[in-house]
Design a protein around this ligand. Structure first.
Ligand code: SAH
Length: 345
């Protein structure tokens, strides 16, 4: 086991079988060894700096119905909301004062916002906060739309591929969505010039160890600037309400492996990780992550952006989240920095 971890540390890639071997056999001691290697790589590339992104969940309307997601169109009990440009700018204002230099606009796929609306939002944020990066996370759009957002000033785009396996993709998504299109979107985003983030859920329904090995192979092939992974967590109003959540340990192992695979990638310790374990985000950092993404959405809508059950930090103000996370990072020897935190290749 150790020799495979060393091999990954040195060569930044392994074969499918080698990943399967690690994923099937890794125990607590070998995990610790992996995390120690991963932390070393993170330290070499980023010191003890942790980058932070202010997450603005600006709409929970969605035309899609991904089977695992609590804001899918199939959930008729979701309490839907949309933020206006003014609401969004007010989140940015609060965020900027708190030291955020990246704003992530995330939402369901909501056609209420036309390309022109998105361009107006991006332009206004850039005008008011020229020192900040804008990350979009609004799903699958045409090449042309992505290009318009980029030209308006958006810097980055998060689009998790969710699973790299076609069969598995079909078990998680309705027929009208395809892995091929999602991957095409990722390649389009990269070609246009975005810093691109992708990723997947750990422990999503029907996921196998072989699937996870394929995730790692796909990540190596696509070579994203950012990789977001987190445990699947069931949502009570979805068809997968009764499925088990993904495990903390496996998520941490995957963070460690991804750090060795893509040494310079920006890897968040996600809110989902913090939801399945009260120290999940700290553990994520200790396994090789180097980004946190606290919530900047107005408290009035926080609970409504419910991708999964029991999501943390839905009652706190942005400032509380910022200081809480800053302390959490300090406690484990890291420092939350005021920085755009761009990818440095
Ligand atoms: N509409 C955008 C944003 C989706 S929400 C898009 O299509 O990219 C952001 C991420 O939350 C998703 O990519 C998914 O990986 C994750 N997510 C959704 N439901 C989840 C659940 N039940 N448990 C854990 N993560 C979930």
């Amino acid at each position: 086991m150790k020799h495979l971890i060393d091999k990954l540390y040195e060569t930044h890639q392994l074969s499918r079988d080698e990943y399967i071997h690690i994923l099937n056999g890794i125990d607590a001691a070998a995990s610790e060894y992996l995390f120690e290697r991963a932390r070393k790589v993170t330290r070499n590339n980023f010191g003890n700096a942790i980058y932070t992104r202010g997450l603005i969940e600006f709409t929970n309307y969605c035309k899609n119905n991904c089977y695992y997601c609590g804001i899918g169109s199939g959930n008729t009990r979701a309490d839907r909301y949309r933020l206006t440009l003014e609401d969004i700018l007010s989140c940015c204002s609060t965020g900027h004062e708190l030291g955020f230099r990246t704003f992530v606009l995330q939402g369901g796929e909501d056609n209420h916002y036309s390309d022109e609306d998105m361009v107006n939002i991006i332009t206004a944020i850039k005008q008011n906060y020229p020192d900040c990066a804008i990350t979009l996370s609004i799903g699958e759009k045409s090449y042309d739309s992505y290009r318009k957002y980029y030209e308006a000033g958006a810097d980055r785009y998060l689009l998790r591929h969710e699973t790299a396996n076609e069969e598995h993709y079909k078990k998680l998504h309705p027929q009208n969505l395809s892995l091929a299109n999602r991957k095409q979107c990722l390649y389009n985003l990269k070609e246009i010039g975005f810093q691109v983030g992708t990723g997947f859920m750990v422990g999503s329904p029907y996921q196998t160890t072989e699937n996870l090995a394929e995730e790692l192979l796909f990540l190596k092939e696509f070579n994203p600037q950012m990789v977001g992974i987190g445990p699947f967590i069931p949502h009570s109003e979805t068809r997968y309400a009764k499925e088990a959540a993904g495990s903390l340990e496996l998520t941490l192992v995957l963070i460690g492996l991804i750090r060795l695979l893509l040494p310079k990638a920006l890897i968040p310790a996600t809110t989902a990780l913090g939801t399945i374990n009260s120290l999940g985000r700290e553990k994520g950092i200790m396994a090789g992550a180097n980004v946190v993404m606290p919530n900047l959405s107005p408290v009035a809508v926080r609970k409504k952006y419910s991708l999964y059950d029991n999501k943390i930090c839905t009652g706190e103000e942005a400032a509380e989240c910022r200081f809480c996370l800053s302390n959490r990072m300090k406690n484990i020897g890291y420092e939350l920095v005021v920085d755009r935190g761009d990818y440095i290749g």
